[in-house]
Design a protein around this ligand. Structure first.
Ligand code: NDP
Ligand code: VSD
Length: 340
């Protein structure tokens, strides 16, 4: 929890939360836990049957089954017009009010060595990982930032937009070339938006005098390690053996655990969120110019991490070199061979 006497920075009871990729894995676990905390939840993904199953599960874990409402929308979020439709449909369903929280969890990973994976698949990874999130951010923020005149201003609690990245956005691992760049792009977008949004939040402070957005907004990004989801099972089938070896330090977590840790971090008001110790060290070496959760803690973490990575960087490269030395050239996965 957020600690005795500390304010909950992420209240969800009675608020409307949209979760993309909410029908499986981490997104589904978040939907269930937020329903348990009293949120109205809308799950978005492509496959209707999985969405329907999730809405049934949400009904049975609601904190207040009489008041809480659940809904699903089937959409392929690679298409920006579909993201606009999602925001419009949620608003219509929610009595004309925009959602309060949008969580982007849609996406999956297609691992493989850069030259083995067809470029069409790599482009599709950028579409599925980066563009589903960027499209959703564009559609949501355009709605949230629409100026409202002073007479229509009511005091809205803060709204939250949350991206899901991966610790691979901080640290390279051979065999994730089709995927990591798209996650690194999300991190860059998140950092840019977290600064840009301050202009709108500044305008919001003057809302009684001028047209301003309807609420204050906060951006967050979650950086999980491995998650034991259906998507993870798929990626394991085509993942190069070297990649599995390089990520040995990772002990994949259950979607429920990742969701629980993420919600607690949001309740503490964190911006870049990691879900376990190794992920935190990976973040620490790559903090760059991202806003800190805590100045002293994050500074000490980055010093420690930079020392740890003096050893980790050559270790990862040596393991790759020695792998080639003893195993020769890699073989593309059957899936990549078939599609190239
Ligand atoms: N699994 C892991 O090890 C890790 C995952 N992550 C990230 O965490 C997030 C959740 O992953 P995970 O729990 O594995 O999820 P899953 O792969 O289990 O589920 C993915 C979800 O996204 C939906 N989805 C996929 N493509 C689209 C699309 N084009 N439009 C709309 N919905 C889509 C899927 O539904 P449908 O197919 O029906 O559309 C499903 O609901 C992802 O962003 C992933 O990249 C980060 C670190 C590690
Ligand atoms: C003490 C500190 C040492 C640090 C060593 C570095 C270890 C690297 C571990 C890489 C883990 C990658 C997890 C993300 C997986 C992911 O995003 C995909 N599964 C996508 O689905």
């Amino acid at each position: 929890m957020f600690g005795f006497g500390r304010k909950n920075e992420f209240p969800v009871e009675g608020r409307t939360v949209v979760i993309t990729g909410g029908s499986d894995g981490m997104g589904r676990a978040l939907a269930i836990q937020l329903a348990g905390k009293g949120a109205h939840v809308v799950v978005v993904a492509r496959t209707v049957s999985k969405l329907q199953g999730t809405v049934e599960a949400l009904k049975s874990c609601a904190r207040n089954p009489v008041k809480q409402r659940f809904f699903y929308i089937s959409a392929d979020l690679i298409d920006s017009a579909e993201c606009e439709r999602v925001v419009a449909e949620v608003t219509a369903w929610n009595d004309g009010c925009a959602p309060d929280v949008v969580f982007c969890c849609a996406g999956f990973c297609h691992p493989g060595f850069f030259t083995d994976v067809p470029l069409s698949v790599q482009r599709q990874q950028m579409d599925t990982v980066y563009w589903t999130a960027a499209n959703m951010a564009h559609a949501t923020l355009r709605n949230w930032l629409m100026p409202v005149s002073p007479s229509k201003q009511i005091k809205n609690p803060r709204r939250h937009f949350i991206f899901t990245c991966s610790t691979l956005a901080f640290v390279p691992i051979a065999g994730y070339g089709p995927y990591s760049p798209a996650k690194a792009a999300i991190r860059s977008l998140s950092d840019t938006l977290s600064q840009e949004i301050e202009m709108y939040n500044g305008a919001y402070t003057q809302r009684h005098r001028n047209a301003a957005p309807a609420a204050d907004i906060k951006i967050h990004t979650v950086f999980p390690m491995g998650i034991l989801s259906p998507g993870f099972d798929n990626e394991q089938k085509i993942k190069p053996d070297l990649t599995k070896k390089l990520e040995e330090a990772d002990k994949p977590q259950s979607p429920e655990e990742v969701a629980r840790i993420t919600i607690s971090a949001l309740e503490r008001g964190e911006y870049l969120i990691t879900t376990m110790f190794v992920g935190n060290i990976m973040k620490g070496t790559a903090l760059g110019a991202s806003p800190r959760n805590a100045i002293v803690g994050d500074t000490l973490l980055s010093w420690l991490s930079n020392l740890v990575f003096l050893q980790v960087i050559p270790d990862l490269r040596n393991k790759a070199f020695n792998w080639g030395k003893s195993n020769g050239l890699p073989k593309p996965s059957a899936q990549d061979q078939a599609s190239s």
